[in-house]
Design a protein around this ligand. Structure first.
Ligand SMILES: Cc1cc2nc3c(=O)[nH]c(=O)nc-3n(C[C@H](O)[C@H](O)[C@H](O)COP(=O)(O)OP(=O)(O)OC[C@H]3O[C@@H](n4cnc5c(N)ncnc54)[C@H](O)[C@@H]3O)c2cc1C
Length: 348
């Protein structure tokens, strides 16, 4: 085990997807690795896994890594715990890594904790920052539904750090051919017991949840409540919401009350699931801007807006939660009218 930071050997562990490209969160981790490499004043290594990992290496050839290692071939194309863990373990050993930075994709979130166990190391997930402070590596992460931020350091090595999407800017350098050292991994039948036959997206949600969108559009339960004409206008609400989300290429979020309605036999918006729920018991998405509509802005909901930089809300009630310092701008207005008008403007 090493102690001083100048003894650290940093490995950036990435996987390509089936088309050979890297997810955005991988590019964000490259940026973090570049900064960290500078702070450690040490050369660092990229380890790639995938069907065509070599091609992915060329795409990030100018990222500043001193060495590129790859485990590739058809066995490593699709995400599968057994082969992913074997590949990651082999790359950690080859690089003799003490610190492993990896994007928190579903693939690595599943495989890397097991790799830490095999290597006798430790793993931290949902990390939003890594840096060197006063001669020690520190990570930042949130606890208790994003209410408390902790700064941690560990003595155990290897230390695997899984970084959440949105925690860093994405690296945007040019492709460059690099020499890639192939690391061979034996794949006995026992590692092939799971066969990936395809990917099926959640029936609803997949097309409307867009983590990289510039705008989060939140729908609240008001959309399905009796309106001033005494009518429930759920069908109209559905059309207006889907229209604005599609036209603005926004990501759709919901309050808990709205997604819970389905279970209570009330009028519902059929495309909403608990995957859309933002808040204390839902998600904490990261978008530059957010617009809440027909949503009251109660604390358990708004806590999920922690990482939304600019917040606006449309509500009939001038005393709703958003008016109490939770939104930058509150439009006291009928969301049906506002969204219809915005859709017309987007058309124009
Ligand atoms: C332990 C716990 C955990 C929770 N976790 C979550 C969570 O993760 N996420 C979450 O969202 N909630 C959560 N809640 C619930 C939360 O406290 C609120 O009950 C919920 O967010 C309310 O949803 P809402 O604002 O959509 O509905 P409502 O409170 O019913 O508000 C509807 C709003 O719509 C407005 N409205 C109606 N018609 C119009 C119109 N035409 N134009 C404009 N405005 C209109 C009304 O003025 C009203 O403010 C949690 C609660 C608890 C106790």
């Amino acid at each position: 085990m090493d102690s001083g930071v100048n003894m650290e050997r940093l490995l950036l562990l990435l996987h390509a997807d089936e088309s050979g490209s890297l997810p955005k969160v991988a590019l964000e981790c490259i940026e973090s690795a570049r900064t960290l490499g500078g702070q450690l004043d040490a050369a660092w290594t990229v380890g790639l896994v995938g069907g065509q990992a070599g091609a992915a290496a060329a795409a990030i050839g100018s990222c500043g890594a001193a060495r590129f290692l790859a485990v590739e071939g058809p066995d490593f194309d699709a995400p599968r715990y057994a082969t992913d863990a074997a590949a990651a373990e082999a790359l950690c050993l080859k690089a003799d890594a003490t610190l492993v930075l990896a994007p928190a994709t579903s693939r690595w979130m599943r495989a890397l904790p097991g790799v830490a166990q095999r290597l006798g190391g430790r793993v931290d997930t949902h990390v939003v920052g890594v840096s060197v402070q006063d001669g020690a590596i520190e990570i930042q992460r949130w606890y208790y539904r994003q209410r408390m931020e902790a700064v941690l350091t560990r003595a155990a090595r290897p230390w695997i750090v899984l970084a959440d999407p949105g925690a860093s800017e994405a690296w945007g350098g040019a492709p460059q051919e690099v020499s890639v050292e192939t690391v061979s991994v034996e794949v006995p039948e026992s590692l092939r017991r799971t066969t990936v036959i395809g990917a099926r997206a959640a029936e609803s949600g997949a097309q409307t949840i867009r983590p990289d969108a510039a705008l989060l559009f939140v729908a609240g339960a008001g959309w399905t409540k009796k309106q001033k004409d005494g009518q429930v206008r759920a069908q109209e609400a559905s059309e207006l919401i889907l229209d604005i989300v599609r036209k603005a290429q926004a990501s759709l979020g919901s309050s808990k009350s709205l997604v819970d309605l389905a279970g209570e036999g009330q009028a519902v918006l059929p495309f909403l699931t608990h995957l859309h729920q933002v808040g204390q018991t839902g998600s904490t998405p990261r978008h530059p801007k957010g617009l809440a509509t027909c949503c009251h802005g109660e604390e358990p909901h708004v806590v999920g807006w922690r990482f939304i930089n600019e917040r606006r809300a449309v509500n009939l009630d001038p005393n709703c939660g958003w008016a109490r310092g939770k939104a930058d701008v509150l439009y006291v207005a009928d969301a049906f009218e506002v969204v219809r008008k915005v859709n017309e403007l987007l058309d124009a």
